[in-house]
Design a protein around this ligand. Structure first.
Ligand code: C2E
Ligand code: MG
Ligand code: MG
Ligand code: MG
Length: 284
């Protein structure tokens, strides 16, 4: 009887794995088509200065407009793209599109804050700085106009090679931000080895502010440490005024989250920039 249970559990499990593998394959092949069919687009989410209340940056976030499924979120397809290596083509597309867009905005006389692009650890090879420099140059975009967001997985790989590539990017005039900080395995000792100018506190620690004691302690520790290391601090996923006041009191520099804006299409973001209104206000 027990053996039979195990057997059926196993059958069930492998059926589920089978489904998942199929889903994976489907996403992979559709994603390849998406690239050539212009189904990808970038949305932009503002970063707001706590000091001035102004938009001082934005993060470019990939969206897939699927002909049947509608808007597919990166949580679904980025992991597949990472596994298959398709992330390299996606990553190139994102960089190209962000630079094209910045160029278009500049030509329209918009005053542009830096736009951040997410980089996968897989994009980090020796040729990366040269490839990025070529894209920037092709669009006539200055290196400080594009920031790069990387994750802790890259630091944990921690080779001299990764550090050398980062140094090269910084020497070109680009700023690096560490995304999702606190969710990975990097330590204080790791942090100072890398030329990172900004830490982004992960949303999972912002959610509980200011009511969860543990989240408050973690947020406080991260901000204090970043200040010691003279790094800028951005809090992700800020949804409430209470979270904002807590982060302001900690001395956080910038906020990003639904409280100000969700990620929005390029034209809407340009509209926000043009309006130039203040999104966060003085002391409480
Ligand atoms: P991320 O880089 O940490 O981006 C922030 C995510 O948090 C975005 O999800 C954003 O929509 C979401 N978010 C921002 N504010 C709030 C908030 O107040 N509440 C909530 N609930 N969520 C908020 P999104 O756009 O779904 O992207 C998810 C992840 O996919 C990104 O996390 C990033 O790791 C990855 N990703 C997106 N675009 C790219 C890309 O072009 N290249 C690479 N390699 N990864 C990307
Ligand atoms: Mg990011
Ligand atoms: Mg993030
Ligand atoms: Mg995050």
């Amino acid at each position: 009887k027990a053996a039979q249970n195990i057997e059926s559990a196993f059958l069930f499990y492998s059926e589920e794995m089978n489904q998942r593998a199929k889903e994976h394959l489907r996403i992979e092949s559709e994603l390849r088509q998406a690239l050539s069919n212009n189904e990808l687009m970038l949305y932009y989410q503002p970063k707001v200065s706590l000091r001035s209340g102004r938009i001082v940056g934005a993060e470019a976030l990939l969206r897939w407009r699927h002909p049947v499924r509608g808007l597919v979120s990166p949580g679904v397809f980025i992991p597949v793209a990472e596994e298959t290596g398709l992330i390299l083509d996606l990553g190139s597309w994102v960089l190209e599109e962000a630079c094209r867009q910045v160029r278009e905005w500049k030509d329209a006389n918009l005053i542009m804050p830096p736009i951040a692009v997410n980089l996968s650890a897989r994009q980090f090879d020796n040729q990366l700085p040269k490839r990025i420099a070529a894209v920037l140059e092709r669009h006539g975009v200055q290196p400080d106009q594009i920031n790069l967001e990387i994750t802790e997985s890259l630091l944990v790989r921690g080779t001299d090679n990764v550090i050398a590539i980062m140094n090269e990017l910084v020497a070109m005039g680009m700023a690096l931000a560490l995304d999702d900080f606190g969710t990975g395995y990097s330590s204080l000792a790791y942090l100072k080895k890398f030329p990172i100018s900004t830490l982004k506190i992960d949303r999972s620690f912002v959610i509980g502010l200011p009511y969860e004691e543990n989240d408050c302690a973690i947020a406080r520790a991260i901000v204090t440490m970043a200040q010691q290391l003279r790094q800028e601090i951005v809090a992700e996923g800020v949804e409430t005024a209470e979270q904002m006041s807590f982060l302001r009191e900690l001395g956080c520099d910038q906020l990003q989250g639904y409280l100000f804006s969700q990620p929005i299409p390029a034209a809407d973001f340009a509209g926000m920039l043009r309006e130039g209104k203040r999104l966060a206000f003085g002391n409480r």
